[in-house]
Structure formats: structure tokens, C-alpha cells
Design a protein. Structure first.
Length: 48
């Protein structure tokens, strides 16, 4: 079994750079970042 990440380091760094820019954009506008809890562990299965 291969436990190595599928993304190379270049992609991970680029994603981190983009996230930094997005967070900076909202931070300068006074927005607060929050982590919301999961409301349900499964999707809705009601067919009606």
C-alpha cells in the first residue's frame, strides 16, 4: 500500500498561497473565519 500524498509539493505550495490570498482579502475587510460543525453525518435520503 502506498501512503505517499498524490499531490506534489509544488501543487500544495500553490494551494497554500491561494488560501493565504483569500484569507488576506477577507481579513482586510474585517471578516471572521469560523469552522462550522457538521450538521448531519449523512445526506438527506427522503425521496419526497
Amino acid at each position: 500500500m502506498n501512503w505517499r500524498p498524490s499531490a506534489d509539493l509544488r501543487v500544495i505550495r500553490e494551494r497554500a498561497r491561494i488560501y493565504r490570498q483569500i484569507r488576506s482579502f477577507f481579513n482586510t475587510r474585517g471578516c471572521l473565519e469560523v469552522d462550522t460543525p457538521v450538521l448531519a453525518s449523512t445526506t438527506n435520503t427522503d425521496l419526497q
